[in-house]
Design a protein around this ligand. Structure first.
Ligand SMILES: Nc1ncnc2c1ncn2[C@@H]1O[C@H](COP(=O)(O)OP(=O)(O)O)[C@@H](O)[C@H]1O
Ligand SMILES: [Mg+2]
Length: 263
C-alpha cells in the first residue's frame, strides 16, 4: 500500500503522515515513511530524537552515493546513467524510528528544462523503486507540489490524500493538487479534514470538496499541539484523535485492498 499525502502548508500533512506510519507500524507492518517536503519535519513528528533526525540526511545531498550509482556528481553536468540501481537505498539510508523506516528525499534545483541532472534522476529512480518495486507500506509526506511523482510512478500510488481544513484556501489547494494528481494518473484521490469541530465543518467540507471524497476527519486537539512542542509523536496522545486516525487508516486499507482484490 502506497499513500501520498499532500495539501497546503500548515494544514496537518506531517501530523497525518507520521500518525498513519506509526499506527501501521504498531500493527506489525513494515512501514517506510518518506519526507519529501522541503520544509522537512517528519522525523520530529515521528518522535525522533535530534540525533536520529540528524542521521537522516537528504538523499539529494548524498553526493558520493549519487555519483557511485549514476556516474556523475550532483551539480555538475556531463553524462550519467538514467536508470541507476537504487534497490538497496531504503536499507542503506533509512533511519529506524520506533519501527518506522524514515528517509528524506531533499530537494533538487530545477532548471528551465525540468530536471536533467544526476540527483533528480537518482531521486526519481528511488521513488519509482519505492512505489513500484517494493511491497512495504510507504507513506509519503509531500508538499502541495507533487513533482516527485512522475508518470509511470504516480499510477502506483494507491491513495493520494489531500489534507484540508474547513476553510476555502486549503480546499482550493486540494482542488489544484487533485487535478495535477489525476493528470499524472493517480487512481484514487481522497481528502482528510483536519481541525474539524463538528457536523457543520463536515457539511462544509463535503460540499466544497465536490468530487473529492472526504475519507475521514480529525479533531482539533490540545494534546496534539502539546505533543508537537514536546517532540513526541501525536498518534497516541489523545484517544479521540487516535480513534479518528484509526478510522482513516482502516478506510485507506479498505479502499486499497478492495481495488487490489477487484478488477
Ligand atoms: N488536529 C490537530 N490538533 C492540534 N494541532 C494540530 C492538529 N493538526 C496539526 N496540528 C499542529 O499544526 C501544526 C502544523 O501541522 P503539520 O502537520 O506540521 O502541517 P503541514 O505538514 O501540513 O505543514 C503543527 O504544529 C501541528 O502540531
Ligand atoms: Mg509538513
Amino acid at each position: 500500500m502506497k499513500i501520498a499525502i499532500s495539501g497546503k502548508g500548515g494544514v496537518g500533512k506531517t501530523t497525518l503522515s507520521s500518525s498513519l506510519a506509526r499506527i501501521w507500524a504498531s500493527q506489525g507492518r513494515r512501514v517506510i515513511a518518506i519526507d519529501a517536503d522541503p520544509d522537512a519535519n517528519l522525523a520530529a513528528a515521528l518522535g525522533a530524537s535530534s540525533a536520529q533526525a540528524a542521521q537522516c540526511i537528504p538523499l539529494s545531498e548524498m553526493d558520493d552515493l549519487i555519483e557511485e550509482r549514476t556516474g556523475a556528481k550532483p551539480g555538475r553536468g556531463g553524462m550519467f546513467i538514467l536508470n541507476p540501481d537504487v534497490s538497496d537505498v531504503v536499507e542503506r539510508c533509512g533511519v529506524d524510528i520506533d519501527g518506522v523506516t524514515l528517509l528524506r528525499t531533499g530537494t533538487v534545483e530545477r532548471g528551465g528544462s525540468g530536471c536533467m541532472c544526476s540527483e533528480g534522476t537518482f531521486l526519481k529512480a528511488f521513488v519509482h523503486n519505492l512505489l513500484v518495486e517494493r511491497d512495504d507500506i510507504a507513506v509519503l509526506d509531500m508538499e502541495a507540489g507533487i513533482e516527485h511523482l512522475g508518470r509511470g510512478t504516480a499510477e502506483a500510488v494507491d491513495a493520494f490524500v489531500v489534507v484540508v481544513e474547513p476553510g476555502t484556501r486549503s480546499v482550493q489547494t486540494a482542488h489544484t493538487v487533485s487535478v495535477l494528481a489525476r493528470d499524472l494518473g493517480v487512481p484514487r484521490i481522497f481528502a482528510v479534514g483536519n481541525r474539524v469541530r463538528g457536523p457543520e465543518d463536515i457539511a462544509y467540507l463535503t460540499h466544497a470538496l465536490g468530487e473529492i471524497e472526504l475519507i475521514g476527519t480529525l479533531p482539533e486537539s490540545e494534546a496534539v499541539r502539546q505533543a508537537d512542542r514536546e517532540g513526541r509523536s501525536p498518534f497516541d496522545v489523545d484517544p479521540k484523535f487516535t480513534e479518528a486516525l484509526e478510522a482513516i487508516a482502516a478506510a485507506l486499507v479498505d479502499t486499497t485492498t478492495q481495488s487490489q482484490g477487484g478488477a
